[in-house]
Design a protein around this ligand. Structure first.
Ligand code: ATP
Length: 291
């Protein structure tokens, strides 16, 4: 297990191990991250297939789609596979499996997928990345199976501070590198309109339902210092894995609708989402969180 706060290099170390493996699978919490690892592996010359709920892509070699390789069972076989967690492959055997954001195993709606992969994936070595809070549960599960769990703890690579001042939804105070987090698509577009009109800066937009290619484009626009997109308006979809050049995370609300009622965000959710600010090696050394 690679555990620690956001931006502490957990995924970096797990992916480094995946890069060395002859065969491997990356199980992603998000389509966009599955795409990222698919692209990374193929660019490294390790043929990698992509499977998400709405996309299936064969490996590419020098930008060209690779010929299909089919095994005796009629399955397409490539050494590497990057998939969303719900689309993980339980039939194939892998040297290394990387399961990202393992704390999601405690999620009431999607936790089943992490449980399935944890217990069902056929890999000699499983690397779990996520919050330290998931260690007791994972140890309990593997303990009952007499499997060994090694826990590696990481420290955050850049500083994270909370601000003692709120913006009070006064969007005039928005600055370059800010990311406003809101929890409905309607609210995201409302804020985008307001921020653009009062600051004159363009806003990139990221939310869960946005197709992955579009999401990558928005992330690239925001990260590119030469683009006119200086601000990001996003849902909590930014809370997982994306490398974004955020200076300050501004929560539009500290409550989120869970399908039944509005619930206050937990400390861990605030850290996960807010911790996107000040990401190591991609911009600002100190991240700031405010409302
Ligand atoms: N040892 C390292 N050398 C160079 N870059 C690193 C190193 N460790 C991490 N990074 C870079 O720092 C950034 C954050 O690392 P990473 O994504 O692994 O963090 P994480 O702990 O998995 O965080 P999160 O849970 O937020 O995704 C990435 O851009 C990663 O490439």
């Amino acid at each position: 297990m690679h555990v620690g706060p956001t931006n502490s290099g957990k995924t970096y170390h797990a992916i480094n191990r995946l890069k060395e493996a002859k065969t491997g699978i990356y199980c992603s919490p998000l389509r966009l991250l599955a795409h990222e690892i698919y692209t990374l592996m193929n660019n490294l010359g390790k043929p990698c297939e992509l499977i998400t709920g709405e996309d299936k892509r064969m490996p590419t070699v020098n930008g060209e789609i690779m010929e299909t390789v089919i095994n005796d069972e009629g399955e397409i076989v490539t050494p590497m596979l990057s998939s969303t967690i719900e689309m993980s492959n339980f039939a194939r055997e892998f040297e290394v499996a990387v399961i990202d954001e393992i704390q999601m195993i405690q999620d009431s709606q999607r936790g089943w997928a992490w449980t399935n992969v944890l217990l069902g994936i056929k890999a000699r070595e499983i690397h779990l990345c996520g919050e330290e809070s998931s260690v007791p549960l994972v140890k309990k599960i593997f303990g009952s199976l007499h499997e060994k769990v090694i826990v590696k703890k990481y420290e955050r690579l850049s500083k994270l501070q909370t601000s003692d001042q709120t913006l009070n939804a006064n969007w005039k105070n928005i600055k370059e590198g800010d990311c406003v987090v809101a929890f409905s698509r309607k609210k995201i577009f409302e804020i985008q309109k307001q921020v653009e009109s009062v600051t004159g800066m363009k806003c990139a937009v990221i939310y869960g339902g946005l197709p992955p290619d579009n999401r990558s484009r928005q992330a690239n626009l925001f990260n590119d210092p030469t683009s006119e997109y200086k601000v990001l308006i996003a849902s909590d979809a930014v809370g997982m894995g994306l490398n974004l050049k955020i200076r300050r995370t501004i929560f539009d609300s500290l409550k989120k609708f869970d399908g039944n009622t509005f619930k206050p965000l937990t400390t861990s959710q605030i850290k996960q989402i807010g911790g996107r600010a000040g990401r190591f090696n991609v911009g600002y050394d100190i991240g700031i969180i405010t409302t």
